[in-house]
Design a binder for this molecule. Structure first.
Ligand code: CAA
Length: 395
């Protein structure tokens, strides 16, 4: 990708020429390289290593990370624009990109030591290695503070034991940001973050998750069996893990919102084209109010999602200067965009009728891929809970 200098939205809501160029570059790559292979990788569930490698070479795997640490040195708006375009072609590629950028690179850049940035961040932001993030456990999903995995300090290492679930990219990741309990008596304040090297003994891949959608992204359980993590690979201080996990999820949720927007747009554009072309009862089906109203609702929700995502991206960008939180903006963008993706994918299948249910078109894939955006990185119920707490001033 010919990378442009950083810029932000101007006084109007129009994108700057630099941002337009980034969007166009990502769109061309996604439509040329990813869209033609998306159905194959969805069907087989294989990991699309070759296109992910090319995305790394284009600077898409560490968009906001400064060039000195292997990234592209761009801003958050560039990130959401590029991610939306990738997801419009294939949400599974988008999941891999989003986790790499938001859940791994952002966390290591913000909380890592210089040595960790040079080693772990540089490799992952440049796309030479893949990064993952592991918070969830079999008995600890939405209630993330109740994890049972243990990390016990023994001299210069932490000995880690336990099982983690639903780890995006775990089967292909070289490094994983892991959250584990170092002091169970302190509950969420006893959680610590670590940078795990998956090549070290004691790291074991668990069962691969057979998923409804985003099937080309590799997801599995991971198991720690007396894994010895060097103390210099602790991310942040002991007990800071929960706050790191939540701050990183704020960034991650903007990524998932952009993914949802990409899926929604793909579903909408397919529906619009079909409504213009398909005839029934002597007219184009778009001329029926039942179809037209669906298209109107899809378009309106898509544009509203976009504004929430841009607002969240600008809030995150500002936070780089001010350190302010962007939790509210990120949760609102994810909540609305993910429900929009599901709404649009559902409508798209209905508009296409039998064809929408067929694997001959990508519409059924949009439907399956959309659902995860309402679940991972915090369900819609969790987003509503966080938004309400923020507004009520409870947290
Ligand atoms: N930024 C910084 N700090 C934060 C924070 C944020 N966004 N949110 C909470 N905190 C802090 C609070 O200030 C509080 O600090 P103190 O200890 O000083 O009081 C502390 O964290 C605990 O906060 P809460 O009391 O609000 O915690 P809670 O137990 O009520 O839980 C929750 C809050 C929002 C429900 C949280 O548990 C949550 O987000 N759950 C969902 C987890 C999730 O999204 N999981 C998905 C994992 S990733 C994934 O999907 C897989 C993948 O690979 C993509």
């Amino acid at each position: 990708m010919a990378l442009a200098p950083t810029a932000t939205l101007g006084p109007s809501l129009d994108l700057s020429p630099e941002h337009e160029m980034i969007r166009q570059t990502a769109r061309e790559f996604a439509q040329k390289e990813i869209a033609p292979i998306a159905a194959h990788f969805d069907e087989t569930g294989e990991f699309p290593a070759e296109t992910i490698r090319k995305m790394g070479a284009l600077g898409l795997m560490g968009i906001e990370i400064p060039e000195e640490y292997g990234g592209a040195g761009l801003d958050t708006l560039s990130y959401v624009l590029a991610l939306e375009e990738i997801c419009k072609a294939d949400a599974a590629h988008g999941t891999i990109m989003s986790v790499n950028n938001s859940l791994f690179c952002y966390g290591v850049y913000r909380f890592g030591s210089e040595a960790q940035k040079q080693k772990h961040l540089r490799a992952v932001a440049s796309g030479k290695a893949i990064g993952a993030y592991s918070l969830t456990e079999p008995m600890s999903g939405s209630d993330a503070g109740t994890m049972r995995s243990r990390a016990v300090r023994e001299g210069d290492v932490y000995v880690i034991n336990g099982r983690k679930s639903w780890v995006t990219s775990a089967p292909v990741a070289e490094y994983i940001v892991l959250f584990s309990m170092t002091d169970p008596d302190r509950q969420h304040r006893g959680i610590t973050a670590f940078l795990i090297d998956t090549k070290l003994p004691g790291f074991v891949l668990g069962k691969k998750e057979p998923k409804l959608g985003i099937r080309a992204s590799a997801t599995s359980e991971i198991v720690f069996e007396d894994y010895r993590c060097p103390a210099e690979c602790r991310l942040g201080e002991e007990g800071e893990g929960f706050k790191i996990a939540m701050s990183v999820l704020d960034a991650g949720r903007i990524g998932i919102a952009s993914q949802a927007l990409g899926i929604a747009e793909a579903a909408y554009e397919a529906s619009l084209a079909y409504a213009r072309e398909r005839e029934a009862f002597g007219q184009k089906i778009g001329q029926f109010q039942g179809i037209g109203f669906k298209l109107a609702d899809m378009k309106t929700r898509i544009e509203a999602s976009r504004l929430l995502i841009y607002q969240a991206a600008l809030a995150k960008q500002r936070s780089k200067e001010t350190g302010s939180r962007f939790t509210l903006e990120a949760c609102m963008a994810k909540l609305f965009a993910s429900e929009t993706a599901m709404f649009c994918a559902h409508a798209a299948v209905q508009i296409h009728g039998g064809l929408g249910y067929s694997k001959e078109l990508p519409v059924e894939r949009y439907f399956r891929d959309a659902k995860i955006t309402e679940i991972y990185e915090g369900t819609s119920e969790i987003q509503r809970m966080v938004i309400a707490r923020q507004e009520l001033g409870i947290k």
